[in-house]
Design a protein around this ligand. Structure first.
Ligand code: EPZ
Length: 431
């Protein structure tokens, strides 16, 4: 397993381009199952998660050819309908093949994704939504199984949870509804930009969807969808990670190639912490020339502060002046990074879904363990400001969602290197 070694103390400076958004590309690739015409996807990031969804789609009979960061996918109406445990268990987002499978192939056998390090992550909304369309999904032998074999029927579906809506349940139900007979109304749909990108692609494929970007989606089912070509937008979470790094290292970084308005909530916080934020046409610049101030942050559904940047902003708070409070409202147990930040000398107390962070003058390098994707990113950021060397183990987590993070941070002036050992992982990123 690879590990990253970070020598702290260097400010991040320079310009970097955001890679294609991981959470946009995964459902977009799954949408290839909805048509027998080619789907051409540009700007596919080179990540373990895209490799995993590629494997799952190949297992479902989708032909897949890669040319640089462009993928061409082509699926037949018939074909296998099983997404196996070995792949699905490595990536929860694989569940987004369920909607397209039941809509187009009339049957599906998709492994339950199971829990993850930041708690129980149920799929009840996916099941509720697809069952409302007539998919009759049951759980059998650890799999979500549907054997209906007939066309789905439009319905009115409320997709709310006590934490807001669900991104991937919205994606699943939306994809299925495009091919259902009649009208589907999705009430309390997720409004994340990744859902918007998927909806726009579906429209380009011939779907009829109104209300894109809002909480109420109206879908008029069509008989068939055609091929399309799409460019994946820049990854707002990756961009946000680099920009938080700029602020906490008292650096100056411009990230290009993403829509800066998608990060308004982060920029508000960084501005209040004392960083200078410049919004540009195709990105943003963040710089800081002094120690950041403490700030309270609450994660919320889009356009609120994203849970996927909570760990990284907490890393910034560990060296800010004063006491910050982080409240996690999407995944109340998403605090695996706290124990590892403590190893670097941070002062954090966790109380239920909140963490109270007392900023320190500095952190000191140590060996830490990456536990999930964003927690790993937070540890890398903390390593950038810690004195001495920080060794981050199990960085396969970070490779799930950040393209060559060590090389790209290196270009921004970070002293970071990767030590590679033979991979023990079941999935390797080749097509
Ligand atoms: C997506 O996960 C993202 N993943 C996550 O990105 C992100 O953290 C999350 O949305 C929230 O923004 C992808 O897009 C691939 P949810 P998703 O369903 O869709 C509850 C990252 O680091 N819920 O929107 O699985 C759930 O427990 C990650 O890139 C139900 O109760 O998340 C949570 O409290 C990891 N029942 C809330 O809804 C359900 O059936 C939001 O989760 C589904 C979800």
């Amino acid at each position: 397993m690879d590990r990253l070694i970070v020598e702290g103390g260097e400010p991040l400076r320079g310009c970097v381009r955001a890679a294609g958004a991981k959470n946009a590309v995964l459902p977009v690739l799954a949408a290839s199952l909805l048509t027998d015409e080619p789907l051409i996807v540009h700007g596919v990031p080179d990540l373990r998660d895209t490799a995993t969804i590629g494997r799952i789609l190949q297992g479902l009979g989708v032909s897949l050819t890669a040319d640089g960061s462009t993928l061409t996918l082509q699926a037949d109406r018939g074909g296998p309908t099983e997404a196996p445990y070995d792949l699905v268990s490595t990536m929860r987002a694989s569940v987004c093949v369920l909607g397209p499978l039941v809509a187009r192939r009339g049957r599906a056998r998709v492994s339950m994704p199971g829990g993850c390090v930041f708690g129980v992550r149920p799929v009840d909304l996916h099941v509720k939504g697809l069952n409302a369309l007539g998919a009759d999904i049951r759980v059998a032998g650890g799999y979500l199984v549907s054997t209906v074999g007939q066309r789905l029927e439009g319905a009115s579906i409320y997709l709310g949870t006590r934490f807001g809506s669900s991104v991937l349940a919205t994606a699943n139900v939306l994809m299925a509804a495009t091919l259902a007979r009649g009208t589907t109304r999705i009430v309390n749909a997720a409004m994340e930009p990744e859902v918007v990108q998927l909806a726009r692609l579906l429209v380009a494929m011939g779907a009829r969807i109104e209300g894109i970007g809002g909480p109420d989606l109206l879908v008029e089912g069509v008989e068939r969808l055609g091929g399309a070509e799409v460019v994946i937008g820049g990854d707002r979470i990756e961009a946000g990670t680099f920009l938080i790094g700029a602020a906490m290292t008292r650096g100056d970084v411009t990230v290009e190639g993403f829509d800066p308005h998608q990060l308004s909530a982060l920029f508000e916080i960084l501005g209040q912490m004392g960083a200078e934020v410049e919004i540009e046409a195709d990105g943003a610049r963040v710089r800081a020339d002094r120690r950041l101030d403490a700030m309270d942050v609450t994660t919320l559904p889009y356009p609120g502060f994203p849970t996927d940047l909570q760990a990284q902003v907490m890393a910034a708070m560990t060296v800010a002046r004063g006491i910050s409070i982080v409240t996690e409202r999407i995944f109340p147990d998403r605090f695996m990074h706290v124990a590892e930040l403590l190893r670097l000398g941070a002062d954090i107390r966790k109380e239920g879904p909140q963490a109270i962070v007392a900023g320190r003058d500095g952190l000191s390098g140590a060996t830490v363990m990456a536990s999930d994707l964003r927690a790993s990113a937070a540890l890398v950021l903390a390593g950038l400001v810690a004195g001495g060397e920080t060794e981050i183990r199990r960085v396969y987590h970070i490779d799930r969602g950040y393209e060559r993070i060590d090389q790209r941070l290196g270009l921004l002036g970070a002293r970071i290197r990767r030590e590679t050992q033979p991979s023990l992982d079941p999935v390797s990123p080749d097509w």
